[in-house]
Design a protein around this ligand. Sequence first.
Ligand code: NAD
Ligand code: MG
Length: 405
Amino acid sequence: MAVAEAPISEPHTSALGSINPRSISVFGSTGSIGCNTVELLSQNPKSFSVDALTAGSNWQLLAKQAIELGASVAVINDESHYNDLKNALSGTNVEAQAGNVALVEAAKIPSDMVVAAIVGAAGLKPTLEAAKRGALVALANKECLVSAGDILLKEVKKSGATIIPVDSEHSAIFQVFDFDNPDSVAGITLTASGGPFRDLSLAEMQSVTREDALNHPNWDMGAKISIDSATMMNKGLEIIEAFHLFPVALDEIDVLVHPQSVVHSLVSYVDGSVLAQMGTPDMKTPISYALAWPGRMTTSAQKLSLADVGRLDFRAPDNERFPALGLARRALQTGGSAPTILNAANEVAVLAFLQGKIGFVQISAVVQRVLESVNSVAMGSIDDVLAADDEARDTANNVINTIKL
Ligand code: NAD
Ligand code: MG
């Protein structure tokens, strides 16, 4: 097993109650996961110290967070905002930096833990760098594992890094999986809310808008993952994520639609037992679990009352209305660069939908066309991943240009 094996280095036996605070860097601190993380860190100043915070372009929020948390470095990816960030941080002890190279350099700062919360393949290089130096990696950025799972895990194994999943389903499985006896596990089940269109027919999905798709019934998330949830590509990406994180075969990974999002995922054992992790749908729970691992910490997440919830519903997913699920499974079966191609094509298609260039049902259609047009090749290095990613993005843009709305 490449994950969850390495003990936390002394004296951090638990984030809470340890003698020294755990040092943390947050990549993508201004996003949905990032802001929840910053809130948890600011509520527990004795347990955590903050090294680096990074953001794409929102320098105002980045500066505010860095000052509030007393970070050492704030990195803005968009270099055109370097002066804005530097001015906002003048007179403080926070150093301003900008650009791609600075982002990757920030991952080399020896923080105990790196929270990987950038969205998309843009988070790949800093996450890989954190893995290379043996950090604890609290991983929200699932696209990293989808796009470069084998390469990332090779680095994890080599360095003794530990990945602690932040994605709620994978956090759930991580919490109930018997890593000491993996042979006792018969399979895992990822639950899915089904997104805002879970009850729509394919015909009805033809006319949904961007706002409909962004309006997730249970979770408050960034734009890209909200669209992925609506197409259910999110669950497809999560199947691939789970395949890399846990010692299970692809046919041992099931998906179950569960509209209430209370049961976050399940592990089935050979004796017939099924263990689940439950909670209200609030990302503060899985984020805090990663931050405090192997301990736990108090959060403001609403307490789960099953009496109030009353009933829990479950049903099998509909692969016809949600073709993204099958595309992700097939990409994983094909192997090589196919998952990288799937991820890159999906990122381009989601952006095109958000920009009004294609309709909702065309997102999965574009991904399918790209998977059919670009050959999967073996991947040995990060350069191979980046080349496959580039080719898939170009092809996806070409496919999108041929689509007439
Ligand atoms: P978001 O869009 O709200 O935030 C993304 C963060 O990444 C922001 O800080 C943004 O500034 C930064 N960023 C974007 N592009 C960048 C680039 N090119 N270079 C550097 N930084 C860049 O996204 P989110 O919803 O917080 O999701 C983050 C990741 O966590 C995604 O991979 C998502 O799938 C995963 N995740 C999110 C949730 C959730 O509830 N939001 C749940 C599970 C998993
Ligand atoms: Mg999830």
